[in-house]
Design a protein around this ligand. Sequence first.
Ligand code: 5GP
Length: 180
Amino acid sequence: MESEYRTGKVLISEREIYDRVGALAATIASGTRSKELLAVGILNGAVIFLSDLVRRMPPELDVRIDFMSISSYGNAVQSSGVVRIMKDLGSDIEGKDVLVVEDIIDTGLTLSYLLKILQARRPANLRTCVLLDKSEKREVSVPIDYCGFTIPDAFVVGYGLDCGGRWRHLPDIRAVTGGA
Ligand code: 5GP
């Protein structure tokens, strides 16, 4: 049966995302003192954001990329609080300058769990960059070094974010309406 979910109005336009991602890339680059920056994208939601973000960083910065996948939401629209590593990093991060790139922070449970795991691997520096922050819903405090946009408590899709696997390809961020 087809899902009853529909995409609603555009909350953040393609142009706004483009401008903000450029500004974030510049701020991150100017705050990077190390020779090498490892950007860690959290699959699948951060793929598009990370791809755009690293391409806006200056060519002289040695940027590497890697990915991690942790389960949290599935098809539901509420945090389960259960997080599990589905795919780990391809390399050791000890002594490295690591930037965790995440699509959205809601309760904070996912990122908080992930940061504990990564911190235990003793990187030289561990920073976080999230595209969207639903700060109203925070249950645990998480250090966010770079944030794209603060948004109200709505379930959103587009620019990498999905609803049951759909709408990751949208170039903008839209609210989802309806439900089965
Ligand atoms: P948290 O653990 O902070 O509650 O949730 C973080 C994860 O929940 C995100 O990485 C994302 O997968 C999912 N999530 C939270 N809010 C939304 C939303 O509005 N839209 C989508 N597509 N995913 C969300």
